[in-house]
Every structure is written in C-alpha cells, then in structure tokens.
Unconditional design. Structure first.
Length: 253
C-alpha cells in the first residue's frame, strides 16, 4: 500500500492535528470538520473540488462536508480539524462556507505556525503539539467578524449524550426523548444544526475513538473494535470515505 503521509496525529475533544510529510494524493472525500491546512515548505499544497481543477495554497481552510481531494507530495504540512459544534468551529465554518475552500492569510499566522513547527521538530509531547494547533484555531476565529448563531441547546445536549454513550448502542429515539423532542422533530433539527444525519454523526464519533486508538499505537483490528466497528474492513471503508485515505496508509513516527 502506498504511503499517504508520515508523521504524528494528535487528538483532543472536538479536534485533531495531523502533521508531517505528505505522501500520495487522497481520493475525493468529505468529513464533519472544518479543515485548516498549512504548508511549511515552499511547494505548498493543492486542493481540488469534484469536477474542478487543482488549486495551490500556502494555507487554506475547508468547510465541513466540503468534498475535496488533497495533494502535497513530499511537503511538510499540518492539517488541523475542528468540529463545527464548538463556538470556534462554527465561526470557522461560516468563514469558508461560501467558497467551500478558501485561502488563508499565511502571514497573519506567522507566530503560531513557527511555534507549531518548532514543537513538532523538537518532538514535544502530544499535549504541547495540541496546544500549538489550538492557538492557530483561536487566532483564526478571533480574526473574523462573521456573525455566528450558537448551536441549539437541545442539540448541544444531544451531542454530549452521544459522546458519553458512544461505547453502547445509541438509538435516535432515546436521544430525542432525552431532549424532549419527537423523533421526527429531533431528526430534522439535528440535520439543520450539524449539517449531518444522526447515524453518520455516530459513525464520525466512532471514527474519532478508533483514530485515537491508532494514534496511541494499537493495530488496525484493535482500533476498529475500540471504535465499535464490526471489523477492520468496515472501519477502513468509513475512514476512507471521510478522509480519502486508508487508515493503514498513514505511517506514525
């Protein structure tokens, strides 16, 4: 299998950082996260929408659920994923929603990028890398004046319940009942607020758990079971649909 990247993956509640050398291009994919991509070398990165041409960037932001392919062979890059349920995630999602993929002012992030690069090169702890990545998120969110509507409190509570019970079989009707909504009303409100249907959202949370297991050194089968997938094939198919690569094609440092 061809390598699509070599480096480190660090996760935190509602986000993650993938940093290192890019390998083979990804397939078209979309995921439930705003993606901030930073190039630390002169070659930059390239993105492509379905039916479109490749476009080059030094820094870019991609809206949640925006289909795209990615290419940056041999380049040193960082990809920061932010879920749009958080306040900063909603700000960033609104920032790039019109274009889907937008260029970022690289110079305005110079200090944050330098700190992230230094942290990675020095081989710091995951917690320190995460802090540097989250500084980038905070800086970007503070730079925009885009008005943002807060997440509906009922859906906010539903997301909390899902996270707390993701290790069990989760039924839409049970979560709807806990938020005092009918299943139909909850289903429509959930899609409206998150941009995603309930079942795919549960899969997204399970992917997070499995990815955390992979990043900690567990093998593909162990990570699949940790995330509640029937087997590694199911996990790999879901992962590739969301990230455009097979989970085993990213080599951990």
């Amino acid at each position: 299998m061809k390598t699509t990247g070599t480096g480190r993956i660090v996760l935190w509640r509602g986000g993650s950082l993938w940093i290192g050398r890019a390998g083979e291009p990804t397939d078209f994919h979309s995921h439930h996260a705003v993606q901030i991509t930073l190039s630390f070398s002169e070659g930059g990165v390239r993105f492509r929408r379905p039916g479109g041409n490749w476009s080059a960037y030094n820094a870019a932001i991609i809206a949640a659920h925006q289909p795209h392919a990615f290419e940056a062979r041999g380049e040193f890059v960082a990809m920061i994923f932010v879920e749009p349920e958080s306040r900063e995630g909603r700000v960033l999602h609104q920032l790039c929603l019109g274009e889907g993929i937008s260029s970022l002012a690289y110079g305005k992030l110079e200090l944050e990028i330098a700190a992230l690069t230094a942290s990675y090169m020095e081989g710091t702890l995951d917690s320190e890398l995460a802090t540097c990545a989250r500084f980038v998120i905070t800086k970007l969110a503070a730079m925009t004046t885009v008005p943002v509507v807060s997440l509906d409190k009922r859906i906010e509570y539903a997301v909390e319940l899902l996270r707390e019970n993701i290790g069990e079989t989760v039924q839409l009707a049970d979560i709807a009942d806990a938020t005092c909504l009918s299943p139909d009303r909850f289903r429509h409100l959930f899609i409206e607020q998150t941009g995603m249907r309930f079942r795919p959202y549960v899969l997204w949370l399970r992917i997070e758990i499995a990815l955390t297991a992979l990043a900690s050194g567990r093998n593909l089968t162990e990570a699949s079971y940790a995330g509640g997938f029937a087997d590694s094939a199911h996990f790999s198919r879901t992962f590739k649909r969301m990230f455009g690569i097979a989970p085993s094609s990213f080599q951990r440092e």
